[in-house]
Design a protein around this ligand. Sequence first.
Ligand code: PMV
Length: 315
Amino acid sequence: MENRKAIKTAIGKIILMGEHAVVYGEPSIAIPFPEVRIKTTIYQSRGPVILDCCYYKGLLLKGPKIVSGLIEVIRKVTESFNERLENFNIHIDSTIPPERGMGSSAAVAISTIRALYEYFNRPLTEDQLLKWANVSEKIVHGNPSGIDAAVVGGEKTLYYKKGMPFVPFKFNLDAYLVVGDTGRKGQTRAAVEGVRQFIESKPNEGMELIKELGNLTRLARKSIEDKDAEKLGQAMFKAHIILDKLGVSDGKLNFLVSKALDCGALGAKLTGGGRGGCMIALVEDIKGANYISNCLLKYGAQNTWISKLGDGLVE
Ligand code: PMV
C-alpha cells in the first residue's frame, strides 16, 4: 500500500493596533508572528478519520465543541473534493499557546486546510484558503472581522478594514516587540460581546471610544511610515487605556502593561480579544527587549517572545 502523507504549517499573528474597533469598521494593523507555529500532518490509514491534537485524540466526528470549527472545515473541504472522511488521520502539533490572541484557531485551520489540499493533490488559491479558514473562525469566534485568517494565511503585515481589500504595507520601523503571556486564556468571544453590550447601553460613549481607537491605528500607521517608534509606543498605550475602558482588559494585563512601561518600554498594550491572553511591549533595541522580557517574567508573565519588527515575512 502506498503511504501518502502531507505536512503543512501556519504561523501565528499579533494584532498591533485596532482589535475590537475592527469589528465596527475601523482599521487595524496585524503582523505575522513566525516565532510560533502550527504543523498539521495528514497520513494514510484505514477506517474513519482520527484527529490528534492538544485538545482531543479520537474519532474526528466525535470531537468536542472546542474543536468544532476545525471539524467543520475538515468535513467541508473533504466534501468539496468529493472524497470521503476515511482512510486518513490528522495530527496537529503546536507551539502557539491556545486562546491567547496569537491566532491559534486561524493557524490550526489554515495549516490543516493546506495539508488537506496537499494530501488530495488539489491546487489552493489564497481566496479559497481564507474562505475555508473563516468557516472555522465563524464557529470559534461568532462574528470574526477576518483579520486573524488574513494575516495568518497571507503572512504579511496588514492594514485591515473589514470588507475592504487587504493592504499589505512595509513595516520598516527598526524596533522590537516583546509579547508577554498572562498565562490565562483570553476570552475573545465574551470580550466582543462585552463591547457590543457596552455600545448598546452607552451608544455615544461606546462609539466615541471605538472611533478613538480607529484614529490611534491611523496614527500608528503614520508613525511606522515615519519610522517614529516613540509615537507608535504612545499610540499603543493610549489604545490600551481605551480597551480597558471598554472592559476588555483585566488586572494581570494592566499590571504587565504598567511593568513594561516602568521597565522602559516605548509603549505597551493588550493584544487580541483580551480578558486574559497576551500583552505586547514596543522596545527600541534587542538589549532593551531582553530586559523587558526578563522584567515581564519577573512580574508573573508565563512566557515571553521577542520579535524584530520589519523582519522576515513582511513585505
Ligand atoms: O483574540 P484574537 O487574537 O482572535 O483577536 C480578536 C480580535 C477582535 O478584534 C477582538 C475580534 C475580531 O474578530 O477581529
